[in-house]
Design a protein around this ligand. Structure first.
Ligand code: NAD
Length: 515
């Protein structure tokens, strides 16, 4: 192992010379298939991880159920206190964990650290929430009656996560699920097992110190088989799935067919719309970050750019200049702005998209190739690309599917209504942003005839959400909401309790059933 990889792993107490157990249910085990963690920058094998065998998965589910039975009786503010300690433990390891995200996933340093910060932030949020997960007192139509709506812990929540946010997505779920009194079982992406092991170790340390069963925050690493088994299990009360539309469609159907609860956070295909009155000095750098940040591998990355005719040439000129200045390289070096794609699948997605653009006679303004010279030849480095397709045809896959790579497609419009129609014409509905200084445009954009995405920004790019508002998308993005807002309400089982403290037993709606 290279020295820098060894240093990062040892700073997180991860042994470097053995096959790592990738299952935690209170104890660390792992006798399933061996999975390799590969560094996207250098191609180096970082670790070999022993995934969950079918028996170990079933055992983990039993331990999760037991842990839930214990944890649901712990008062919510006490659960909050444990989350406060988890927050502190994560914060203490923020830089080391952030570096591991860069090493294993490939995103640049500041974004790796930012991802850990997001976990810290949602813990803060959940600490507060643990004293505010209030139910309701509802007026009853019957005398001497009252109705309570009570949020009770739900059970076992499985979190299946994607490679591109190997820490934060679990954080959003774990924090709310724990505050709500559940046991959470994590099935991370098969290509980022080290991030999940490191996070689980940190959380497990806090649980242990507090005498809480480790299976309150369990881990089962593995691939499709493990994912399928988790999703199919009737022992899982809710599945929170973050990943592609294709897998989300299968997962959603499976969970629905056994009447489990499902939360889906799927792909995005996000547009920025720039009006002639926009402040280009903020709009251009924001679109630059939106399309290139995380090498275009955020669910909220800007993939479509709709420019008003009056500013289109100037905007593209400025944007191309910024693309030309991008610092490509090792994501662990703090000055780097563009790291590699996470894996070779990403490179193929990029290559296919560029080929499609070329075949359909799009104008490729910049990019379009891999970086193949040293030192990039060992990693998955691709050139960020801007293209102007021949037409805005929402049925063409270049517009209608999510290309999970730094490919930005631009088009020119004349009226805001036209741009809104294009924005809404795709199956996905995650994020969108309008650039304008005119209140009337903003009113249209955020109102009933405006953007139909879950995140509707104004003078803020499509990517880079804070934890305070509920995060999620509509349509084929899956309608899920996580993190802030009212998202916690999905992690509980609601009990509507009508209580009679009178000496009569009247029926609702005045129904008379007297003999
Ligand atoms: P993916 O769909 O390939 O994998 C997601 C998870 O599903 C992984 O843990 C994987 O092992 C598991 N899985 C695969 N097949 C399965 C099956 N048949 N049954 C159960 N589980 C199965 O996604 P990915 O390539 O890791 O991530 C990229 C995608 O995630 C992009 O589409 C991106 O937009 C999306 N994403 C969405 C959000 C959001 O909040 N909306 C956030 C991050 C990523």
């Amino acid at each position: 192992l290279s020295t820098r990889a060894a240093d990062i792993l040892s700073s997180l107490d991860i042994p470097t010379s053995v096959e790592l157990p990738g299952v935690y249910d209170g104890n660390w085990v792992g006798n399933g298939d061996i999975m390799e963690s590969v560094c996207p920058t250098t191609g180096e094998v970082l670790a070999r991880v022993k995934t969950a065998s079918p028996e170990e998965l079933q055992h983990a589910l039993i331990k999760s159920r037991e842990a839930y039975r214990f944890f649901r009786t712990v008062p919510a503010p006490r659960r909050g206190e444990i989350l406060r300690q988890i927050r502190q433990a994560l914060s203490d390891k923020r830089d080391a964990l952030g570096a591991l995200v860069s090493l294993e996933m490939g995103k640049i340093r500041t974004e790796g650290v930012g991802e850990v910060q997001e976990f810290v932030d949602i813990c803060d949020y959940a600490v507060g929430l643990s004293r505010m997960m209030n139910g309701n007192v509802v007026s009853s139509e019957r005398p001497g009656h009252t109705i309570l709506e009570v949020p009770n812990p739900l059970g076992v929540v499985a979190v299946l996560s994607a490679f591109n946010f190997p820490v934060a997505v679990y954080g959003w779920n774990l924090a709310l699920s724990m505050a709500a009194g559940n046991a959470t079982l994590w099935k991370p992406s098969p290509s980022t097992p080290l991030c999940s092991i490191a996070v689980t170790k940190i959380v497990a340390g806090v649980l242990e110190k507090n005498g809480i069963p480790g299976a309150v925050a369990g881990l089962v690493t593995g691939g499709k088989d493990v994912g399928e088994a988790v999703v199919e299990s009737r022992d899982v009360d809710m599945v929170s799935f973050t990943g592609s539309e294709a897998i989300g469609r299968i997962v959603g159907k499976t969970v629905q067919s056994r009447f489990g609860k499902i939360l889906l956070e799927l792909g995005g295909n996000n547009a920025s719309v720039v009006m002639p009155d926009a402040d280009l000095s903020v709009a251009v750098p924001s679109v630059f970050f939106g399309s290139i940040g995380t090498a275009g591998q955020r669910c909220t990355s800007t993939r479509r750019l709709y420019l008003h005719r009056k500013i289109a040439s100037e905007f593209l000129e400025l944007l191309q200049k910024m693309y030309g200045s991008i610092r490509v390289g090792d994501p662990l070096v703090s000055s780097t702005l563009l790291g590699p794609l996470h894996n070779t699948t990403g490179v193929n997605i990029f290559t296919d998209a560029v080929k499609h653009l070329r075949d359909s006679e799009a104008n490729i303004l910049t990019g379009g190739s891999r970086y193949s010279e040293t030192p990039f030849d060992k990693g998955n480095f691709v050139q960020p690309t801007i293209a102007i397709p021949k037409s805005v045809d929402p049925t063409d896959k270049i517009w209608s599917t999510e290309t999970f790579a730094p490919v930005l497609c631009a088009a020119v419009f004349d009226e805001l209504e036209e741009a809104i129609e294009w924005n809404n014409a795709v199956p996905q509905g995650l994020s969108s942003s309008l650039w304008t200084r005119d209140l009337r445009n903003m009113g249209k954009w955020i109102g009933p005839s405006g953007s139909d995405t879950g995140i509707v920004n104004v003078n803020v790019g499509t990517s880079g959400a804070e934890i305070g508002a509920a995060f999620g998308g509509n349509k084929s993005t899956g309608w899920g909401r996580e993190s802030g807002g009212d998202a916690w309400k999905q992690y509980v089982r609601w009990s509507a309790c009508t209580i009679n403290f009178s000496d009569e037993a009247p029926l609702a709606q005045g129904v008379d059933f007297s003999v």
